[in-house]
Design a protein around this ligand. Sequence first.
Ligand code: CUA
Length: 182
Amino acid sequence: MSAHTHDDFDAAFHRIAERHERNWMFIAVSMIAVLFLAAVYLVVHDYGVVAKTSAIYSDPNTPSTLADFQGSGVRRTGADSYSVYEIGRAWSWTPGTATPLQLPAGAHVTFYITSGDVLHGFEIQGTSVNVTAIPGVVGRISYTFDTPGTYHIVCNEYCGAGHQAMIGTIIVAPRHASGAEQ
Ligand code: CUA
């Protein structure tokens, strides 16, 4: 009799335990699915948080010869938007190292980034901008500088003896200063 009661208890316990396990497995799998779908959604919809490749060329030297990458490298594309064409070379950023890159605060800035020689890492300190500069490839990332001030472009991929000195400057002017020229 006592053994019979024990078996009943055991069976009931296992039923309940299995129900709890099923519930928690469902919750865990649901969380993985939600995170996966969120990641896919962010990659598909460009909010500027995901760096993208905008072009790939068979000749690694092609991007640095394109018209967009000549001159100042900065193009105003709208009332409050800019494109910046950035080339990394051992060991400088153009624009940025020889001449500071000047942008207004609050503007939507799209960076197009390539390399004229070897791999470099285009990182703007204190921001989410971090793209590998690859010869023959143009990477793209958007960013809005909300706070005026001086920002530094650093190279975050080892590229030779001058790597640690491969630094550029971005000067972000207060919003009203840029609006005046419009
Ligand atoms: Cu360029 Cu390190």
